[in-house]
Design a protein. Structure first.
Length: 258
Protein backbone atom coordinates (compact mmCIF):
# COMPACT_ATOMS: atom_id res chain seq x y z
CA UNK A 1 0.00 0.00 0.00
CA UNK A 2 2.33 2.70 -1.28
CA UNK A 3 -0.07 5.56 -0.52
CA UNK A 4 -1.54 4.35 2.76
CA UNK A 5 -2.77 7.34 4.76
CA UNK A 6 -2.32 9.81 1.91
CA UNK A 7 -5.00 12.11 0.50
CA UNK A 8 -5.10 12.81 -3.24
CA UNK A 9 -7.06 15.38 -5.23
CA UNK A 10 -7.29 14.46 -8.91
CA UNK A 11 -8.88 16.90 -11.36
CA UNK A 12 -10.73 15.69 -14.42
CA UNK A 13 -11.01 12.35 -12.64
CA UNK A 14 -14.51 11.29 -13.65
CA UNK A 15 -13.14 9.64 -16.80
CA UNK A 16 -10.06 8.88 -18.85
CA UNK A 17 -6.55 9.26 -17.48
CA UNK A 18 -7.69 11.01 -14.31
CA UNK A 19 -10.09 8.24 -13.41
CA UNK A 20 -7.45 5.57 -13.92
CA UNK A 21 -5.03 7.46 -11.69
CA UNK A 22 -7.71 7.85 -9.01
CA UNK A 23 -8.41 4.10 -9.11
CA UNK A 24 -4.71 3.26 -8.83
CA UNK A 25 -4.28 5.61 -5.88
CA UNK A 26 -7.30 4.17 -4.07
CA UNK A 27 -5.99 0.65 -4.65
CA UNK A 28 -2.72 1.71 -3.01
CA UNK A 29 -4.46 3.01 0.12
CA UNK A 30 -5.07 6.67 -0.66
CA UNK A 31 -8.27 8.54 0.03
CA UNK A 32 -9.21 10.29 -3.19
CA UNK A 33 -11.22 13.38 -4.14
CA UNK A 34 -12.65 13.03 -7.64
CA UNK A 35 -12.80 16.62 -8.93
CA UNK A 36 -14.63 17.17 -12.19
CA UNK A 37 -16.75 19.71 -14.05
CA UNK A 38 -19.36 16.94 -14.47
CA UNK A 39 -20.44 16.41 -10.88
CA UNK A 40 -22.83 13.53 -11.64
CA UNK A 41 -20.01 11.65 -13.37
CA UNK A 42 -17.71 12.45 -10.44
CA UNK A 43 -20.27 11.00 -8.01
CA UNK A 44 -20.47 7.80 -10.06
CA UNK A 45 -16.67 7.57 -10.26
CA UNK A 46 -16.30 8.11 -6.52
CA UNK A 47 -18.81 5.35 -5.78
CA UNK A 48 -16.81 3.00 -7.98
CA UNK A 49 -13.78 3.57 -5.74
CA UNK A 50 -15.59 2.90 -2.47
CA UNK A 51 -17.59 4.62 0.24
CA UNK A 52 -17.31 8.17 1.56
CA UNK A 53 -14.38 7.15 3.76
CA UNK A 54 -12.41 6.26 0.64
CA UNK A 55 -13.51 8.67 -2.06
CA UNK A 56 -15.62 11.79 -2.48
CA UNK A 57 -16.89 13.71 -5.49
CA UNK A 58 -16.06 17.39 -5.86
CA UNK A 59 -17.71 19.74 -8.36
CA UNK A 60 -14.90 21.79 -9.84
CA UNK A 61 -14.37 24.07 -12.80
CA UNK A 62 -10.60 24.33 -12.49
CA UNK A 63 -10.63 27.77 -14.13
CA UNK A 64 -12.94 29.14 -11.42
CA UNK A 65 -11.03 30.23 -8.32
CA UNK A 66 -14.01 30.03 -5.99
CA UNK A 67 -14.85 26.48 -7.11
CA UNK A 68 -11.22 25.39 -6.82
CA UNK A 69 -10.86 26.79 -3.31
CA UNK A 70 -14.20 25.30 -2.24
CA UNK A 71 -13.26 21.90 -3.68
CA UNK A 72 -9.91 21.82 -1.91
CA UNK A 73 -11.53 22.85 1.37
CA UNK A 74 -14.16 20.13 0.94
CA UNK A 75 -11.37 17.60 0.49
CA UNK A 76 -9.52 18.83 3.56
CA UNK A 77 -12.72 18.79 5.63
CA UNK A 78 -13.49 15.22 4.55
CA UNK A 79 -10.01 13.71 4.82
CA UNK A 80 -7.98 16.04 7.03
CA UNK A 81 -5.59 17.41 4.44
CA UNK A 82 -4.24 16.97 0.92
CA UNK A 83 -0.92 15.26 0.18
CA UNK A 84 -1.08 14.78 -3.59
CA UNK A 85 -2.44 17.00 -6.34
CA UNK A 86 -2.84 15.60 -9.83
CA UNK A 87 -3.65 18.54 -12.10
CA UNK A 88 -5.08 16.53 -14.95
CA UNK A 89 -8.17 18.34 -16.29
CA UNK A 90 -7.76 19.33 -19.92
CA UNK A 91 -9.34 19.78 -23.32
CA UNK A 92 -8.15 19.89 -26.91
CA UNK A 93 -9.23 22.18 -29.76
CA UNK A 94 -7.46 22.12 -33.12
CA UNK A 95 -7.33 24.83 -35.80
CA UNK A 96 -4.69 26.43 -37.98
CA UNK A 97 -3.71 29.60 -36.17
CA UNK A 98 -5.21 31.93 -38.78
CA UNK A 99 -8.61 30.37 -38.04
CA UNK A 100 -8.15 29.83 -34.32
CA UNK A 101 -10.95 31.62 -32.40
CA UNK A 102 -9.51 33.72 -29.60
CA UNK A 103 -12.25 32.42 -27.31
CA UNK A 104 -11.02 28.85 -27.88
CA UNK A 105 -7.41 29.91 -27.22
CA UNK A 106 -8.48 31.46 -23.92
CA UNK A 107 -10.54 28.40 -23.00
CA UNK A 108 -7.57 26.06 -23.44
CA UNK A 109 -5.28 28.38 -21.49
CA UNK A 110 -7.83 28.75 -18.69
CA UNK A 111 -8.36 25.03 -18.19
CA UNK A 112 -4.74 23.91 -18.54
CA UNK A 113 -2.70 26.81 -17.19
CA UNK A 114 -5.09 28.72 -14.93
CA UNK A 115 -6.38 25.40 -13.61
CA UNK A 116 -2.90 24.19 -12.73
CA UNK A 117 -2.09 27.50 -11.07
CA UNK A 118 -5.31 27.72 -9.05
CA UNK A 119 -5.26 24.13 -7.80
CA UNK A 120 -1.58 24.43 -6.90
CA UNK A 121 -2.16 27.66 -5.00
CA UNK A 122 -5.05 26.14 -3.05
CA UNK A 123 -3.31 22.84 -2.24
CA UNK A 124 0.18 23.97 -1.28
CA UNK A 125 -1.16 25.94 1.68
CA UNK A 126 -2.10 22.63 3.26
CA UNK A 127 1.01 20.79 2.06
CA UNK A 128 3.31 23.45 3.47
CA UNK A 129 1.68 23.17 6.89
CA UNK A 130 2.36 19.43 6.87
CA UNK A 131 5.88 19.76 5.48
CA UNK A 132 5.35 17.36 2.59
CA UNK A 133 3.45 16.91 -0.64
CA UNK A 134 3.55 15.91 -4.29
CA UNK A 135 2.38 18.13 -7.15
CA UNK A 136 1.85 16.17 -10.36
CA UNK A 137 0.92 17.99 -13.55
CA UNK A 138 -0.40 16.38 -16.71
CA UNK A 139 1.76 17.69 -19.49
CA UNK A 140 2.20 16.08 -22.89
CA UNK A 141 4.81 15.25 -25.47
CA UNK A 142 3.60 18.66 -26.65
CA UNK A 143 5.28 20.09 -23.55
CA UNK A 144 8.51 19.41 -25.46
CA UNK A 145 7.68 19.66 -29.14
CA UNK A 146 5.02 21.07 -31.44
CA UNK A 147 2.47 19.73 -33.89
CA UNK A 148 0.47 21.61 -36.52
CA UNK A 149 -3.02 22.87 -35.60
CA UNK A 150 -2.28 22.87 -31.85
CA UNK A 151 -0.87 26.32 -31.11
CA UNK A 152 -2.93 26.82 -27.95
CA UNK A 153 -2.46 23.30 -26.59
CA UNK A 154 1.30 23.29 -27.23
CA UNK A 155 1.70 26.72 -25.63
CA UNK A 156 -0.32 25.62 -22.60
CA UNK A 157 1.60 22.39 -22.13
CA UNK A 158 4.91 24.23 -22.37
CA UNK A 159 3.65 26.60 -19.67
CA UNK A 160 2.96 23.63 -17.39
CA UNK A 161 6.67 22.77 -17.44
CA UNK A 162 7.53 26.27 -16.28
CA UNK A 163 5.02 26.15 -13.44
CA UNK A 164 6.23 22.74 -12.25
CA UNK A 165 9.88 23.76 -12.29
CA UNK A 166 9.09 26.91 -10.34
CA UNK A 167 7.11 24.91 -7.79
CA UNK A 168 9.99 22.46 -7.45
CA UNK A 169 12.15 25.37 -6.28
CA UNK A 170 9.50 27.09 -4.15
CA UNK A 171 8.25 23.87 -2.59
CA UNK A 172 11.59 22.28 -1.76
CA UNK A 173 12.01 23.90 1.65
CA UNK A 174 8.53 22.66 2.56
CA UNK A 175 9.12 19.08 1.41
CA UNK A 176 6.85 19.52 -1.63
CA UNK A 177 7.93 18.02 -4.93
CA UNK A 178 6.62 18.98 -8.39
CA UNK A 179 6.82 16.88 -11.55
CA UNK A 180 5.16 16.57 -14.94
CA UNK A 181 3.88 13.48 -16.75
CA UNK A 182 4.13 13.88 -20.52
CA UNK A 183 2.05 11.26 -22.33
CA UNK A 184 2.02 10.58 -26.01
CA UNK A 185 -1.33 9.87 -27.63
CA UNK A 186 -3.49 8.01 -25.10
CA UNK A 187 -6.65 6.44 -26.54
CA UNK A 188 -9.24 8.43 -24.60
CA UNK A 189 -12.32 10.40 -25.74
CA UNK A 190 -10.07 13.48 -25.94
CA UNK A 191 -7.89 11.77 -28.55
CA UNK A 192 -10.80 10.10 -30.37
CA UNK A 193 -12.33 13.55 -30.89
CA UNK A 194 -9.15 14.76 -32.60
CA UNK A 195 -9.06 12.01 -35.23
CA UNK A 196 -11.91 13.26 -37.47
CA UNK A 197 -11.01 16.90 -36.73
CA UNK A 198 -7.44 16.44 -37.93
CA UNK A 199 -8.55 14.34 -40.90
CA UNK A 200 -10.74 17.22 -42.04
CA UNK A 201 -8.14 19.93 -41.42
CA UNK A 202 -5.30 17.98 -43.07
CA UNK A 203 -7.37 16.51 -45.91
CA UNK A 204 -6.40 12.90 -45.17
CA UNK A 205 -8.23 9.81 -43.95
CA UNK A 206 -8.79 9.06 -40.28
CA UNK A 207 -6.67 5.93 -40.69
CA UNK A 208 -3.75 8.07 -41.88
CA UNK A 209 -4.22 10.44 -38.94
CA UNK A 210 -3.77 7.49 -36.59
CA UNK A 211 -0.91 5.77 -38.40
CA UNK A 212 1.05 8.80 -39.60
CA UNK A 213 0.19 11.78 -37.41
CA UNK A 214 -0.46 10.18 -34.04
CA UNK A 215 1.66 7.04 -34.06
CA UNK A 216 4.09 7.63 -36.92
CA UNK A 217 7.04 8.53 -34.69
CA UNK A 218 6.50 5.82 -32.04
CA UNK A 219 8.76 2.78 -31.94
CA UNK A 220 5.93 0.26 -32.19
CA UNK A 221 2.91 2.17 -33.63
CA UNK A 222 1.00 1.74 -30.37
CA UNK A 223 -1.15 4.12 -28.36
CA UNK A 224 -0.09 4.80 -24.79
CA UNK A 225 -2.57 3.31 -22.31
CA UNK A 226 -4.23 4.96 -19.32
CA UNK A 227 -2.71 2.21 -17.18
CA UNK A 228 0.78 3.32 -18.27
CA UNK A 229 0.10 6.86 -17.09
CA UNK A 230 -1.34 5.62 -13.79
CA UNK A 231 1.85 3.62 -13.17
CA UNK A 232 3.95 6.77 -13.55
CA UNK A 233 1.54 8.82 -11.43
CA UNK A 234 1.86 6.27 -8.63
CA UNK A 235 5.64 6.29 -8.90
CA UNK A 236 5.77 10.09 -8.62
CA UNK A 237 3.25 10.28 -5.78
CA UNK A 238 5.05 7.66 -3.69
CA UNK A 239 8.62 8.87 -4.27
CA UNK A 240 10.19 9.69 -0.91
CA UNK A 241 12.68 12.51 -1.41
CA UNK A 242 13.46 15.72 -3.31
CA UNK A 243 15.83 13.72 -5.50
CA UNK A 244 13.04 13.59 -8.09
CA UNK A 245 11.54 17.04 -8.51
CA UNK A 246 11.23 19.57 -11.31
CA UNK A 247 11.31 16.79 -13.89
CA UNK A 248 9.12 15.65 -16.75
CA UNK A 249 8.65 11.98 -17.51
CA UNK A 250 7.73 11.22 -21.11
CA UNK A 251 5.49 8.20 -21.66
CA UNK A 252 5.09 7.98 -25.42
CA UNK A 253 6.32 4.68 -26.89
CA UNK A 254 9.46 6.51 -27.95
CA UNK A 255 7.69 9.24 -29.90
CA UNK A 256 9.77 11.83 -28.09
CA UNK A 257 13.04 10.99 -26.34
CA UNK A 258 14.99 13.34 -24.07
Amino acid sequence: MKLDGKVALVTGAASGIGHEIAKRYAAEGARVAIADLNFDAAVAAAKELGDAKTSIAVAMDVANEEQVNAGVEKTVAAFGGVDILVSNAGIQIVHPIEDFPFADWKKIMAIHVDGAFLTTKACVRHMYKKGSGSLIYMGSVHSHEASPLKSAYVAAKHAILGLARTMAKEGAEHGVRANVICPGFVRTPLVDKQIPEQAEELGITEERVIKEVMLGETVDKQFTMVEDIADVALFLASFKTNALTGESIIVSHGWHMN
